[in-house]
Write a protein that binds this ligand. Sequence first.
Ligand code: EPU
Length: 427
Amino acid sequence: MLQSMRINGGSPINGTIEISGSKNLALPALAAALLTDKDVTLHNVPNLEDVKSMLNLLFHLGVDMGSLENGTITLTSKDLKTFNAEYDFVRKMRASILVLGPLVSRFKKASVSLPGGCAIGARGVDLHIKALEHMGANITIENGYINASAPHGLIGCDINFPISTVTGTENIIMAASLAKGTTRIINAAMEPEITALAELLIGMGAKIKGHGTSIITIVGVEALSGTSFTILPDRIETGTYAIAAALTNGKLLLKNCKYDHLSSFFETLHLAGIANKVYRRVDCEHDDIEVWRERDIINPVNIQTAPFPGFATDLQAQFMTLMTICDGTSSITENIFENRFMHIPELSRMGANISVYGKTAIVTGQSYLKGTNVMATDLRASVSLVLAGLVARGETIVNRLYHIDRGYENIDCKLQMCGAKIERFTA
Ligand code: EPU
């Protein structure tokens, strides 16, 4: 049954929101459990549809697992039943490609469905494939499947990515951890999720240096052991709720997040007139961040998305919603994905004034948005519409809610607790 969300806009979002574990770290961390026959226990795993999709895929491959309870799950990958990640799994979630590197590296073979296109762009996996071929894998593409084998194991080498790829870098770090010799990833992605994945692998006995920089060096080892690891807070969820406070002229305390992972985002918010105060926690390495609007008006700010530490593409749609009610005109350029403006027609139906010129959107702020029926098309586009609904006059219905449940844990409850008039219903 399709679910929708009804939002009656206009209430300031005030209070405290606990940030969940990062989706985009949980997914590669779960795939990393394929690299060892020992127990891998993960904590702070968010209960999301994408996480369930990855667990279903790993279960189908034959990974033993308990249930996800209070954010904790243990996985053991002894003898797998199959090395085939079928279309049905990959179609639901592109990140299923993250099993390719671990499977071919440890089990010497894998067959993974090609992800195909997705809502936000063509998003090939050619760079994953070329890098594994460079490491000695034989790869053929047949009937929509990537068939990879490396009967004598993968061999370390220099991998030079022509563009920054997050899951590409993650796949190769995992594959290289069990390869023979040394692999150097040049132009590696530097997202915090990659640094954390490397730390998880180091905890399993991998020899990795340079993670967090653009050159990562991995010296392969014979076998990896088990470990216990805590997933980082979700920086995109943090940024999304920060925008909710700013948009609605409320004040939120975002608990258990990482300011350093969002410093350039908060600098951009600061230019828009949004203040923040960071409280370093003594009980853990995380922060609590308080966010509020400094003045009544929001300033226009021009942004361009870029790989970390630049402005994250995963926060572009939410930031655009903020700009729809700013005092002036801003320009938003999407440099990572070719089709990540699908929220624009829906925001326009709510009264936003946005024109698109290639990969740049020009947003002229209006004094208000109007509630109406809108359609969610992908995860971040969907949440930008929920944010718009929070500030719009009247009622907004966001249809096709399943996109949001892929990446936001309990979003309706978290917002309700902070004063949002929001409810889920079955359409
Ligand atoms: N690309 C290729 N060939 C490849 C790999 C990538 O052409 O083999 C292109 C893509 O089409 C894109 C660019 O390179 O234009 C960057 O893509 P990247 O590989 O970095 O994206 P990804 O690894 O598929 C991850 C996140 C995305 C996030 C991007 C960019 C996960 C599971 N997904 O995707 O998250 O937008 O990096 O930061 O980590 C989301 O959470 O909503 C989401 C889409």
